[in-house]
Every structure is written in C-alpha cells, then in structure tokens.
Ligand binder design. Structure first.
Ligand SMILES: *Cc1c(COP(=O)(O)O)cnc(C)c1O
Length: 280
C-alpha cells in the first residue's frame, strides 16, 4: 500500500486541510467560543507508514474506529519509535467487552464514542483499575445519534443531559470533553446548515444550562472530509478527516472496480463511504 511519492502527497494534502481548517475557523461568528479546532487525521485502513509521514509533517491527533486496528497501529514498533507525542482518538462503536483492550492502547488520548451510562461506568471502572490513582483522567466525549438513523450508534438526543450529568458526577476517572456526532451521510449543504450539527449545538446549550458549564468548556466533534469547513463555521472544535488527507479507502471485501456492478463512480464511492462511516 505504500509507494514512492506518497509522502509528498500526504504532506500536501495535510497542509491543505490544515489551511482550510484555519480559514474556516476565521469565518466563525464571534458569538461562538474562540477555540482553534483540533484536526483528527482518521487513519483507518491505512498503513503505519502513512501515520508516521503525517506525524513527520506535524500532525499529532489521529483517529481509528476499530479497537483491534487501533491496538495494532498504536503498538506498532515504528510508530512507537517515531511518534512519541501521538494522540490517539477512538471514534468507533465501543462494545463493553472491548473496553479493557482499548484502554490499554499506548498514547490513547480520547474516547469520543461513549454512548450510554453503562458504557461510561465500564470505562470509568476499567480506567481506575488500569491506571494508578494519581494519573490523568481519561478524556471522553458523548456520542449523540443526531440523525436518528438505526445504522448509527450514539445516544438518543434526549438522553444527552442525563448521561453527561452521570459522567460528571459519578465517573471520577473520566474527564468529560464534549459531544460527538457522525450525522447523516451526504447532506446537501445547499439546503442550509446541517441539521445534525444544529442538533448537537442545541444539545450542548442544554447541557451547559442544566449543569452550569460554560459553552467554551464543552467541545463539539463533528465534520468529516466533505463537510469539516461547514462544521467549523458553525462551531466544531474537533473535526475528523480521513480520505481528504490519506486518500480514498480500499476495503478488502469491496469488489474491484472492474467487477463492481455498473454504477457511476460517485455512487460507488458513496457506498464505500457509508460502509466506512456506519460504525457497526
Ligand atoms: C471514517 C470516519 C471519519 C472520516 O471520514 P472521511 O470521510 O474519510 O473524512 C470520521 N469520523 C468517523 C466516526 C469515521 O468512522
């Protein structure tokens, strides 16, 4: 998967995305908390060499959505050696039986996908057991299913406040960082602001009002390759960008283009993207 010329490609693509993130942040209305957004480079399906190259170009935050793939990449000897300050974000669906495995990942920075009180308790307990009492709390976000699609994980939006309240008051090993959503695929921005992002904003307002938190203390993780600039303009503080940095993803079970049924290239890509993002 690694070939000559790739390091230049990744370097260029990364620089472009970093620049677009900055420009989008500059377009944000003054009413929004002035937080420079964090770019999470989503490296799923991509080899360690690509992670190392992006790191060499200055990128520090990386995201993965399968526990096993994250364990493998984060423990890769080359990555451990070349990327001492790497910050791993877990952005996929987390099953309770995988919590211990995930929390053992070296340089795990944040779990963005806590989506139930039970899971929060499990992560809290596991972090308490794994780490000495005086080390840092584990940063977590609460994932909200803003689009209501069955295929998407995340809390029903109306359970956001009680879940955050539980984390803040009952999970001393966790550091509540904010709210995360994936949102529906392929929303047409010409129809106006993305309703998933608006929903996340209004849930944040509710959380802040109910729990007496400042807006600036509750992050929003929303926006991917196709819509990260829009997400930042409306208030994202954390964007998760994969294919625009690392190139389109190949999935082992997807038929090669020649053998795929006759659909337009765009539609085929759309299908792969949906596969990629529905965090089964
Ligand atoms: C794959 C993935 C992304 C990145 O998707 P791109 O469209 O490649 O930018 C972001 N968030 C989650 C949760 C993902 O699974």
């Amino acid at each position: 998967m690694w070939r000559a010329g790739m390091s230049e490609e990744i370097g260029k693509a990364l620089q472009t995305v970093v620049e677009r993130v900055k420009q989008a942040a500059a377009r944000r209305p003054q009413t929004l908390p002035c937080i420079s957004p964090r770019l999470v480079a989503v490296s799923k399906t991509k080899p360690p060499e690509m992670v190392i190259e992006a790191y060499r170009q200055g990128q520090r935050n990386f995201g993965e959505n399968y526990v096993n793939e994250l364990v493998e990449k984060a423990s890769d000897p080359q990555i451990l050696l070349s990327c001492p300050e790497i910050k791993w974000h877990f952005i996929g669906h987390l099953q309770k039986n995988n919590v211990n495995k995930l929390l053992g990942v070296p340089n795990l920075f944040m779990v963005e996908t806590v989506d139930s009180v039970k899971l929060a308790d499990r992560v809290n307990g596991s972090w308490q057991r794994l780490r000495a009492a005086n080390t840092q709390r584990l940063k977590v976000m609460v994932q909200v299913n803003t689009s209501g699609e069955d295929s998407k994980h995340g809390l029903p939006p109306e359970e956001t406040v009680q879940t955050v309240k539980h984390i803040v008051s009952q999970c001393p090993a966790l550091h509540f960082m904010g709210l995360m959503t994936i949102g529906r695929h392929g929303y047409d921005l010409s129809k106006g602001p993305n309703p998933d992002f608006q929903m996340l904003l209004s849930r944040r307002q509710e959380v802040c009002d109910s729990l007496q938190l400042l807006l600036g203390e509750v992050e929003l993780s929303m926006g991917m390759s196709t819509d990260f600039e829009h997400a930042i303009e409306v208030g994202a503080t954390n964007v998760r960008v994969g294919s625009t940095i690392f190139g389109e993803r190949d999935y082992p079970n997807t038929p090669s283009p020649e053998r795929r049924p006759k659909v337009g290239a765009e539609e085929a890509t759309g299908k792969m993207e949906r596969l990629a993002v529905s965090d089964h």
